[in-house]
Design a binder for this molecule. Structure first.
Ligand SMILES: *[C@@H]1O[C@H](CO)[C@@H](O)[C@H](O)[C@H]1NC(C)=O
Ligand SMILES: *[C@@H]1O[C@H](CO)[C@@H](O)[C@H](O)[C@H]1NC(C)=O
Ligand SMILES: *[C@@H]1O[C@H](CO)[C@@H](O)[C@H](O)[C@H]1NC(C)=O
Ligand SMILES: *[C@@H]1O[C@H](CO)[C@@H](O)[C@H](O)[C@H]1NC(C)=O
Length: 538
């Protein structure tokens, strides 16, 4: 260990002794979170054995040296119990402390673990409920003889008190699980001055409750996920980072690790500053990562200081092992309107407009090739505006302007994962722009490199100019660094119907003004994809 780190470590020990458990305070400009990439036990054993083994692994992670510095630990989705052994969860309004020493009950053990380690813990589990616990305004029939379950996140504070219960709204292939009558808008406050919104996996692609929470000014989100990556736009840490950037919020994502189902992806995404930490791997992993999270200002003011570095926390982009074992889903490239970039074309600097119906994307490209290297893949300029399905379980209206990778000239090969790039083609400059709907639309930059991470946010600029009277926003994305490891670079938008939602930090203006320019920052100015249901696993 370097001497400087040792000094910091000693200081931290002193702080630790002074304040027992609490690491960060309300006045600090950052806090430390433990994100967990978790390979769960398989269903090849009795269910209670499996749950006990998963719980034992949770305890080990919570007690590990890596967890010492953290204030809050977030565990991923579906990695503890299952539909077959759901547990009742008390209403948080009761401020229950479920901990009873030596009790075998799951909630008791988790509550005791929070007390023992003095940390907030966010857990996703399968909850059972009785008909008489349903709210009075729920008119749906309920069978009193059946076992009912929700897919639920619970949060314990440092005292082991159950402070939050969030029941998942957007299920993805989860037969046997109920949803609440109305989406729950759930937040919790912490003693380090951060209010967290709670969302799960597939929720990320919908307006409610997720964007409602953004509208309420929530700047930090905990997000347990069992995400099935789908190139070219919806691989896990790629869309996590895009979403956090588009909303300028912190997204704290803990991912289930199960490559056969295409699932990996854990990280901390710090709004317009991009990823503080991003992890994606095909290798079996059960690991906690301590990450220092810079708090984001609630207002429109751009963040100017990069996150503090310290020796005990991790940052950067890592993973990258056995990527071809991650069994990813596919988009439907045949529906895209595209134009092929020919590596041998005479003019390596050109402008081109590609339209899908009335929706047009303008591209300005400057690239060079290294002739001696074999052509490992091709690129297409892509425009798409339309409704896509997520395997028939949900639909979304998306608008896309992007450059995507194709393995060959066949359109069906576009968006397939490209593991072997010879880096024969280097983009020196890319500028992409298009006119998107304003009201109800979340526009995001989307990028993907060969290791399945987004590009560093300082490599690009993202601007939108909003024309409120015409309900349009002109969005521009510019790559300002040379890159040769690109899979995807573009603008990706979800158009949410019947959702009164503008750009997060540029609310609709009063009658007199008509346009607002929203600069994006990064450090310059200054997170069939799909979350799987239990039945699917294994
Ligand atoms: C834990 O309990 C103590 C004593 O009751 C209280 O002062 C403190 O605020 C509680 N901490 C949290 C995080 O709830
Ligand atoms: C919680 O876990 C369940 C099953 O254990 C999972 O299906 C669901 O997506 C999670 N729910 C929430 C709200 O995170
Ligand atoms: C592309 O368009 C830009 C902006 O309109 C213009 O400045 C530039 O000269 C054009 N480049 C080419 C190669 O046509
Ligand atoms: C935006 O859309 C919502 C939902 O359709 C609508 O209620 C609202 O009036 C719209 N806002 C503006 C400024 O057009």
């Amino acid at each position: 260990m370097a001497p400087k780190c040792l000094g910091i470590a000693l200081l931290l020990v002193q702080i630790f002794i002074r304040s027992s458990f609490q690491q960060s305070s309300a006045t600090d400009d950052s806090y430390v979170v433990g994100v967990v990439e978790f390979r769960m036990e398989l269903l090849n054993m009795p269910i209670d054995t499996r749950t006990a083994m998963n719980l034992e692994a949770y305890k080990e992670l919570m007690r590990s040296d890596e967890a010492k510095l953290t204030d809050i630990v977030v565990f991923p989705e579906l990695t503890l119990n299952t539909l077959m052994d759901p547990v009742p969860v008390p209403n948080p309004e009761g401020n229950t402390i479920p901990c009873i020493p030596d009790s075998p009950e799951l909630l008791s053990q988790l509550s005791c673990l929070a007390i023992e380690t003095g940390k907030y813990i966010v857990i996703n589990l399968s909850e059972s409920f009785e008909c008489d616990s349903l709210p009075d305004n729920d008119p749906r029939p309920c069978d009193p003889t059946a076992v009912h379950r929700y897919n639920t996140n619970v949060v314990f504070d440092r005292n082991g008190t159950l402070i939050t219960r969030y029941r998942k709204t957007h299920l993805f292939r989860e037969p046997g699980t109920s949803v609440t009558y109305e989406p729950e808008i759930v937040t919790f406050d912490t003693d380090f001055g951060v209010r967290f919104g709670v969302v799960t996996c597939f929720d990320l692609l919908f307006a409610e409750p997720t964007l409602e929470l953004v509208k309420l000014g929530v700047k930090d989100f905990v997000f347990p996920a069992y995400w099935v990556s789908e190139p070219p736009f919806l691989t896990s840490v790629q869309i996590f980072e895009s979403w956090a950037y588009g909303n300028d919020v912190n997204l704290i994502a803990s991912g289930t690790n199960y490559a056969p189902a295409g699932s990996t992806g854990t990280g901390v995404f710090n709004g317009r500053n991009g990823a503080v930490f991003s992890f994606f791997t095909g290798k079996e992993t059960r690991k906690i990562f301590p990450v220092r999270v810079p708090k984001l200002p609630r207002s429109n003011s751009p963040t100017t200081t990069p996150p503090k570095k310290d020796c005990k926390t991790v940052s950067g982009r890592s993973g990258g092992k056995l990527l071809d074992e991650v069994n990813m889903g596919t988009d439907i490239p045949e529906r895209f309107t595209t134009a092929l970039i020919k590596p041998d074309q005479v003019s390596k600097v050109f402008n081109r407009t590609v339209c899908d119906g009335d929706f047009c994307c303008d591209f300005h490209i400057d690239f060079e090739t290294r002739g001696e290297r074999p052509v490992s893949h091709l690129y297409r300029l892509t425009a798409f505006d339309g409704v896509r399905t997520f395997k028939g379980y949900a639909e979304a209206h998306v608008s896309i302007c992007a450059i995507i990778t194709c393995l060959n000239e066949n359109l069906a090969s576009c968006g397939l994962p490209n593991y072997e790039s010879t880096k024969y083609l280097k983009f020196n400059e890319i500028s992409i722009s298009g006119d998107f709907i304003a009201n109800g639309t979340l526009v995001m930059p989307s990028s993907l490199d060969n290791k399945f991470h987004s590009l560093d946010a300082k490599y690009y600029q993202f601007y939108s100019t909003v024309d409120y009277p015409n309900d349009r926003q002109h969005v521009q994305l510019t790559l300002s660094s040379s890159v040769s490891n690109l899979q995807t670079f573009g603008i990706y938008a979800f158009n949410h119907k019947d959702f009164d939602y503008f750009i997060p930090d540029a609310p609709p203006p009063q009658e007199d003004s008509t346009t607002t320019i929203r600069p994006a920052s990064g450090w310059l100015l200054s997170l069939g994809l799909l979350c799987i249901g239990k039945s699917m696993i294994f």
